[in-house]
Design a protein around this ligand. Structure first.
Ligand code: FES
Length: 82
């Protein structure tokens, strides 16, 4: 099981974390990954200046945005499940 934790600290929230949560939900369902991935929320990951921050497995991915979401999902989620 791969755990994806999206930072819901105030800085990441302001930078669009709720939208990123939504994109993860959609991508997980589109790729039929509900049994392989757990989506959760995490408190501040200490990288506020680089938000939105997302922890995928043991890696913290910074600067996650609507623009680079697809690329990050493919590399860090689909890539990790291969
Ligand atoms: S608020 Fe997200 S890293 Fe601090």
């Amino acid at each position: 099981m791969l755990t994806i934790s999206i930072c819901v600290g105030s800085s990441c929230h302001l930078k669009g974390a709720p939208k990123i949560v939504h994109l993860f939900r959609e991508a997980i369902s589109e790729n039929n990954l509900k049994d392989k991935v757990t989506l959760s929320a995490t408190f501040c990951l200490g990288r506020c200046a680089e938000g939105v921050c997302v922890k995928i497995g043991e890696d913290v991915i910074v600067n996650v945005s609507v623009n680079n979401f697809d690329e990050i999902f493919e590399k860090h989620v689909l890539g990790a499940l291969k």
